[in-house]
Design a protein around this ligand. Sequence first.
Ligand code: PGA
Length: 252
Amino acid sequence: MARTKYVAGNWKMNMDKAGAVALAQGLVENLKGLNAKYMIAPPFVYLDAVSQVVKGSNIILGAQNMTVTDNGAHTGAISWAMLKDLGVETVILGHSERRDEFNESDKLINEKVHKALDNGLDVVLCIGELYSQRVAGVTNQICENQVKEGFAGVKEDQISHISIAYEPVWAIGTGKTATPAEAQEVHAFVRGVIKGLYSQKAADEIKILYGGSMNDGNAEELLAQPDIDGGLIGGASLKVDKFTTICKFASK
Ligand code: PGA
């Protein structure tokens, strides 16, 4: 079935305020009239400024993370309510950098998924194997476990609010992209996992994005794969022209 493509920019810990605003302004201009789904996730501290820029455009405002608690004495944490207050509609959860650098477990990520969904935020749930796991031949097993644990307790009627980003950890920020065939194989497998957990309808509808050194040079071929429904882009989302090119491929 035809799924609308979804291109998301994960700006990570980059930019200053002026650069963030300028990038967002350039994208608002360039993406006018394109017909895929677009999201950008600036650092928390620039969300408010970027929110003013993307308001009324076809770009959704996303956050790179969210804490699991509602409010209170949690120094440095950012809640779902704070994000929504700034116009955020989507949150990226379970990114491998959060799993690795900040020790986020599947259980915590699942709790965050529920917190986001229960409070009206959409989710991009990241999964993906380490290089050692790919070499050991356990890529599918790792992805299946991350999907099962990330989706635990999520009801079928909530599925339309979650997208999955398959991001092989060895391809993130390294310039090494999974080949379109390698990525397609995992995407098809993950779609099968969703079918097993829910239904054919859920599997047909869920968007599975690819992430890991996707750029303006390789996006067209990756996005042409039947089970690759978009991209979660890091490095190439920081340049107006590169991100625009990827967004145009998705809009075809
Ligand atoms: P990259 O990052 O495009 O820089 O590899 C992707 C991601 O981590 O979401």
